[in-house]
Each structure stands twice: as structure tokens, then as C-alpha cells.
Design a protein around this ligand. Structure first.
Ligand code: PML
Ligand code: MG
Length: 253
């Protein structure tokens, strides 16, 4: 796929009107596709939106754009996993990993309280790693990291090499976390899903890799979110531009 023309596919779906009119976010997806796979992949994103546990969409926007910029290959972050027995334990593991990236306890506590007030935000939130404050100014929209995917053959090799089971969440979250971590201003990422039936979350950074935690919330809970901790010197609009626009594909092992 790396040598062929690529198309960015973005989908977002909501219930109760479009997101920008106050609708509840149901589902989203960002992929890079060859022309050959485009229709099937777009259809599978629409299918995903209409079989989602968060609700029945009455708004869906599908955006397909040919990518003209050069595509960069990135090596996936190494994946590790901690099995916990409940959500409180999961939070402690996440805090410990975030501390390993250099964040202070005070910043982590502040950022978690910011996250709790932002559960309705449909994208990620950028946090100043020295204060714990939100600094993206994107309100309910947040940041959608786009133009990212695996080279299909490399994904298969990667699964085989690490003897991993196919997991669509991980397949999509690992390119995202790798893209975020590869920016020099990124310090750490923290994420858990807003889907009520998906309770695994992760902390990611160049230092700790992509560390999955088996339980970050109670089953049935529709709250979730994604935090990007950045250096205080970060030029936020260039950082967002990189996350939204620069095309990247994960290379295999
Ligand atoms: C999401 O799909 O909403 C985020 C999923 C994060 C966890 C992915 C994983 O299982 O590693
Ligand atoms: Mg979701």
C-alpha cells in the first residue's frame, strides 16, 4: 500500500443532530486507504456507526480526500499489557505510568479532573505537562488525529511476529499513539474508550511504549476520553496540524 495513491477516509456519526448542533457523539473512524479498498472500507465505517452501542445515528459525515503529501512510515510503539482486577487498580497503574513519563502527581490529578469535565468532547484534549491545564482551545470538538493506518501486509506480519489476536481497537489506536508519540513535543498520552462495552485503556509515550491496561472504567459507562500531554513550549496550532494532516503508515517489524 505504501507506494500507491492513498485516500484519507474520515467518518463521524452522532445522535440528536450533528455534533456541531449538540448531537451526542456515537462513532468515528480515520483510515488511509488505497483506491481499490476505498468503497469497502468506507462501507465498513458506516456499518460500524449504525451498529454502535452508544446509539442510533441520525447524522453521519463521511469525508474522503486524496492524499497528496508524502506519507511517512513509523515503527509501531512496543505494546505491553497489565491485567488489573478493577477500574481503581487500572487508574493507579495509569498514574504510575504517567509518572514514569515525567509528569508530577499534581499535574496528573489536575488533568484527570479536566478530563472529567470534558467527557462530551468528541476528540482528544491537549494538556500542558507543566500545569495540567487544557490548552487546545478546541471546545467540544477537540482534536481528531487523522490520516493514519497500517500498511496491510505489515499489520499481518506484526500480528504474527508478536502472536497477537486481531483487535480492531488496537489496530486503530496503535497508529494513533505512535503518531502522537513521534512528535518531539509529546510527553505522554492517556486514553480510554467512550464505548460502554470497551473498558481497556492505555498510556503511551516514547518512554513507556503503548501500555494497555485491562480495565479503566466500569462496564456500561459511556464516559471516556483522550489526553495528549505536551511540553509547555509546544506550538499548539502546528502540533494540531501535524496530528490532523500529516499522513503516516505503520511499518512492520
Ligand atoms: C477506542 O476505541 O475508543 C479507544 C480504544 C483504546 C484502547 C485500545 C486497546 O485495546 O489497546
Ligand atoms: Mg468511541
Amino acid at each position: 500500500m505504501r507506494d500507491k495513491e492513498l485516500y484519507s477516509i474520515r467518518m463521524r456519526a452522532s445522535e440528536g443532530g450533528a455534533h456541531e448542533d449538540g448531537g451526542k457523539h456515537v462513532s468515528g473512524g480515520e483510515q488511509l486507504s488505497t483506491k481499490n479498498e476505498l468503497i469497502d472500507r468506507a462501507a465498513s465505517l458506516v456499518r460500524r456507526a449504525f451498529s454502535h452501542q452508544r446509539g442510533e445515528p441520525d447524522f453521519l459525515r463521511l469525508t474522503i480526500e486524496k492524499v497528496s503529501e508524502p506519507v511517512h512510515g513509523l515503527t509501531p510503539l512496543p505494546v505491553s499489557y497489565t491485567q488489573v482486577s478493577n477500574a481503581s487498580q487500572g487508574r493507579l497503574v495509569a498514574e504510575d505510568l504517567l509518572k514514569q513519563t515525567g509528569l508530577t502527581e499534581q499535574v496528573i490529578v489536575k488533568a484527570m479532573s479536566v478530563l472529567e469535565t470534558c467527557y462530551g468532547v468528541r476528540g482528544a484534549i491537549i494538556i500542558d505537562s507543566s500545569t495540567g491545564d487544557r490548552i487546545d482551545g478546541r471546545h467540544d470538538k477537540g482534536i481528531r488525529v487523522s490520516r493514519l493506518d497500517w500498511n496491510e501486509a505489515d499489520y499481518t506480519c506484526w500480528l504474527e511476529h508478536f502472536q497477537m489476536e486481531k483487535n480492531q481497537r488496537l489496530r486503530e489506536a496503535l497508529p494513533l499513539a505512535t503518531k502522537v508519540a513521534s512528535h518531539p513535543d509529546s510527553v505522554a498520552e492517556f486514553c480510554f474508550s467512550d464505548d460502554p462495552d470497551y473498558i481497556t485503556g492505555y498510556v503511551a509515550s516514547k518512554k513507556v511504549g503503548y501500555h494497555r491496561i485491562s480495565q479503566m472504567k466500569e462496564r456500561g459507562d459511556e464516559n471516556g476520553g483522550r489526553l495528549f500531554f505536551v511540553n509547555p513550549q509546544c506550538h499548539v496550532s502546528s502540533y494540531i496540524d501535524y496530528l490532523e494532516k500529516e499522513p503516516i503508515l505503520l511499518k512492520g517489524v
